[in-house]
Ligand binder design. Structure first.
Ligand code: NAP
Length: 295
């Protein structure tokens, strides 16, 4: 049976890793993979390997008819359009409608953990997309991606410069996962037994508090790093004073609140189950990230 696998957002960081896993680890024939991007020129190296590359933009739903033609499985990678409320859900709804119209037999989607019970400002985008997929009647595989270990590069280097890590996470926990492990799990599921509907929560192996993560950072870098526990308002004020653009502050604060409330504390074995390999520990990740942490 044909299983043409289509990946949207293929030129993004996760998209490329999924393509690499499909082609290299899973040995999928390049001609069975359709990589869609707003700018297919960015996919030239994949086109050279025989991957079918096409232009598709969720903001231009008409572009998706040609982009999705002939796809059996459509992996919709969630977009990064967080600036305009409601925009991302509209984009994803357009992608779901286009996948159904193209006759896809399966829709896969990169969601987030626990979207129905989350303090994260953009959780409704993910929940709404999951609902749209379920309402489409097409079989589905939902990947609720936990927070990437790489997200720590957005906060830890600055904290190391001052020696102080301000957080409103309290004693809440996160089981960060390496982006590459999430990609490996997604690729494994895309080529695996695809009967029925499934929802996976892709996390790292162990849920840690910010104090525990800071201890690992100190061990990896040899630098001092004190965790300063504050409330949401104090965190927001500190971000404003540090020059963080105001439009991002509510979302950043909502991450910490969500963690503190225990909404992202789960650690599952879904990555290992789908990828067939043990996910990287945060300790190993940090040990190999000295340069990025020093940035
Ligand atoms: N779990 C986490 O910790 C975490 C962290 C950050 C982000 N995310 C989410 O996971 C997604 C993938 O992560 P990433 O690391 O690969 O981020 P990234 O490199 O910033 O990729 C952003 C993706 O959004 C796609 N995109 C943006 N606008 C689009 C549009 N109008 N139509 C179709 N696609 C569009 C891009 O596709 P092209 O450029 O190829 O068109 C690209 O794949 C992000 O977009 C975000 O929704 C999750």
């Amino acid at each position: 049976m044909s299983n043409k696998l289509l990946i949207t957002g293929a030129a993004g960081k996760l998209g490329r890793l999924v393509l690499d896993e499909l082609l290299t680890t899973r040995k999928v024939a390049p001609s069975s993979v359709i990589a869609v991007s707003r700018d297919p020129a960015k996919l030239a190296t994949y086109a050279k390997r025989g991957v079918v590359t096409r232009r598709g933009d969720f903001d231009d739903p008409a572009s998706l008819d040609a982009a999705f033609a002939g796809a059996d499985t459509v992996l919709i990678i969630s977009t990064d359009a967080l600036g305009v409320p409601g925009k991302r859900l509209k984009q994803h709804q357009a992608a779901v409608a286009a996948a159904k119209k193209a006759g896809a037999k399966r829709i896969a989607y990169t969601s987030m953990p626990n979207p129905e019970n989350s303090a994260v400002t953009f959780a409704p985008d993910h929940l709404g997309t999951e609902q749209a997929i379920k309402a489409s009647g097409v079989a589905y595989t939902i990947f609720r991606n936990g927070w990437y270990m790489e997200n720590l590069f957005m906060s830890v280097p600055q904290a190391l410069k001052t020696g102080q890590w301000y957080t409103a996470t309290g004693q809440g926990r996160i089981a960060h996962a390496a982006r590459a492990d999430i990609a490996a799990a997604i690729a494994g599921a895309l080529v695996g037994d695809t009967s029925g509907n499934a929802t996976y929560t892709l996390t790292g192996p162990k849920a840690l508090t910010t104090d525990e993560i800071a201890a690992l950072v100190r061990a990896a870098t040899g630098k001092p790093l004190a965790v300063v526990h504050v409330g949401d308002e104090q965190l927001a004020a500190g971000m404003k004073a540090a020059g963080v653009p105001e439009m991002f502050i509510p979302t950043l604060v909502s991450f910490d609140a969500n963690t503190r409330l225990g909404h992202i504390s789960m650690a599952t074995s879904d990555i290992e189950r789908l990828s067939g390999r043990k996910p990287m520990s945060l300790q190993t990740f940090l040990a190999g990230a000295e340069q990025a942490l020093a940035a």
